[in-house]
Design a binder for this molecule. Sequence first.
Ligand SMILES: Cc1cc2nc3c(=O)[nH]c(=O)nc-3n(C[C@H](O)[C@H](O)[C@H](O)COP(=O)(O)OP(=O)(O)OC[C@H]3O[C@@H](n4cnc5c(N)ncnc54)[C@H](O)[C@@H]3O)c2cc1C
Length: 383
Amino acid sequence: MHVVVVGGGIIGAACAEELTRRGASVTLLERDELASGASGRNQGLWVPPEDPALHAIASRSLARYLEIADDAPLPFRIDPHPVGTVFVAVDEEDLAEATDTLATVSAGGFAVSELDDAALVEAEPEVARDLAAAWFIDAGHRLDPAALTVTLALLAASRGAVIRHHLSARALVTDGDHVTGVVTDEGEIKADEVVVAAGPWSPRLLEPLGIRLPVLGVRGWLVRVDPREPLLRHLVRTAEGNGTVASSLAGDIARSGFPTSDGYGSIVHPHPDGTALIGSSRAAWLTPEPEDPSVPRQLLTNAIRIVPRLADAVMLSSWWGLRPMTPDERPVIGRVRDGLVVATGHGSEGVINGAGTAELVASVVLGERPPFDASLFDPFRFA
Ligand SMILES: Cc1cc2nc3c(=O)[nH]c(=O)nc-3n(C[C@H](O)[C@H](O)[C@H](O)COP(=O)(O)OP(=O)(O)OC[C@H]3O[C@@H](n4cnc5c(N)ncnc54)[C@H](O)[C@@H]3O)c2cc1C
């Protein structure tokens, strides 16, 4: 069984790792470098998914990351135990959404406890005191997502996978209805199965075959600052506060310009190197350049509202990545043609659900029993 995996992000690398673990021969194609997309540009958090349907796939992923951490060819620095999350509602308006989020987190089996003023000071002295409510969630692992992606690819390579960098899959090759390989600038590579894990660029490869998946690129910004002294022990966050990003209508853009990011929540990730990573935002990816360059300013404003001393931190850098997002924010994982499997649309949770996705992909490719209910991720559920 020779499988060509297209895309060297967390999903493609995890698929290559899992497939080689089960004995398949794999060629992984990455048009740039491993983790050059959102997989190397994200907030590096494993936190419980807000959608209960994703709890099984997420917990399998975490278990796999912890399993490989000790012998990883490249240390990817995952917290061996939850670092814990202080979850806050800034005002009464935030309370309803916070309550919904906490209900799903607690339904996933994670302990949630409300913090009164004294407990909040004890847990996280630098968090603002004038908030509507605060809770402690016994969950949250930090990791280096680029290093994790490279680790998974290196593990696959150690079992014989061929990793090709700077080589694009230009098109899928078909024989009738059957996909038989991919075309690259170096010629055709034949495959018994092709796995498309090309993030927000996946639809471009599938559309020539008449396969339309509603996966949109959604831009998200991050800001890194240096507080110069340790401020936080745990992740500190608000509810996400952002809705689904829909396709934009040309007429709306003609009238009002590009849509801007708005209504986003705040997550402050205290990095083990002493810096803090602040995220994040959502806006449709419509141009190569950012539609709304004021987003880092808004992220800083939100973060300073919940951790006031961040105002004295030194600004280090800011960047963005593109999430592959479906309308229901669940990934699309499964067979779409003979010889062709897709694994994309992980939205804000590609790291959280990466290794579990790979388990499902491997079961589809190898014709084995799925490890959990695969119908949730049916690529044709939007048809
Ligand atoms: C600001 C921000 C913060 C986030 N924080 C988190 C977080 O804390 N936790 C979490 O779980 N998720 C987070 N995410 C989401 C996460 O980053 C994504 O879900 C995940 O990276 C998607 O991985 P992927 O492998 O599908 O896509 P990508 O990382 O985009 O990888 C796809 C790869 O395919 C390659 N490619 C594309 N087309 C071709 C082709 N034709 N041939 C060859 N290669 C090709 C690309 O170059 C790219 O490297 C965040 C995202 C953003 C933007």
